[in-house]
Design a protein. Structure first.
Length: 223
């Protein structure tokens, strides 16, 4: 059994205690450290080498957004899942663009938070298609024209097959669904996703989804 090394970051000691109690009871999760502010994250990551960081957004000194941006800019950075009290929030969107693998609400049932950490550790984003569409719709009125031009320039570097895979990722489809839709193996889908990430200099599938939205590709495909 692979044990997931988890770092908890939240300025509320009661929240940290609750998360530690809940997550620490799972056989496949090890709590390797706790931080009360984003300013503590870099040193803790260097010392504890977590696989996943569960990061609060709102903290008094260095917030979770800044900490996520700094962390994901590092080589071999751990995955980040942001904690929030809002379902659709510009700050959440910024965290996803910075490279967070997804987000969970603070009132999410414990079993779902555990599942989210496990999914992220396995390389899957923690965003359902419904939540992805909510976030994208929330961002629609903010400098969309400027983003669209830049996004289309970047998407143009993909070949036709990679573009099809990128759109499917943007639709929230899992690898197996994409394989069925595009008549290819799951291994081939994974290869295409890896190439898309490398070509576009992205961190994860969430950023692919956001870029396809910015480029208007989901609108063209009726989503």
């Amino acid at each position: 059994m692979t044990v997931i090394r988890l770092l908890l970051v939240d300025d509320d000691p009661l929240v940290r205690a609750g998360l530690s109690f809940m997550m620490g009871g799972a056989d496949d999760i090890e709590i390797v450290g706790e931080a009360a502010d984003g300013s503590e994250v870099a040193a803790l990551v260097d010392r504890t080498r977590p696989d996943v960081v569960l990061m609060d957004i709102r903290m008094p000194n260095v917030d979770g957004l800044t900490a996520t941006e700094q962390l994901r800019a590092r080589k071999d950075a751990p995955q980040v899942v942001v904690l929030t009290t809002f379902h659709a929030d510009d700050q959440v969107l910024r965290a996803l663009r910075a490279g967070a693998a997804g987000f969970v609400l603070k009132d999410t049932p414990p079993t779902e938070i555990l599942a989210a950490v496990r999914r992220v550790a396995a390389g899957d984003p923690v965003l359902s298609p419904t939540v992805t569409r909510q976030l994208m719709a929330h961002a629609a009125g903010s400098a969309l024209d400027t983003r669209r031009s830049g996004a289309r320039t970047r998407i143009a570097t993909l070949n036709d097959r990679e573009r099809e895979v990128a759109v499917a990722v943007g639709q929230g489809r899992a690898n197996a669904e994409i394989a069925t839709q595009l008549f290819m193996s799951v291994a081939t889908v994974k290869t295409h996703v890896s190439r898309i990430l490398a070509k576009l200099d992205l961190n994860n599938r969430v950023q692919i989804a956001l870029l396809t939205y910015d480029a208007g590709l989901l609108e063209e495909d009726g989503h």
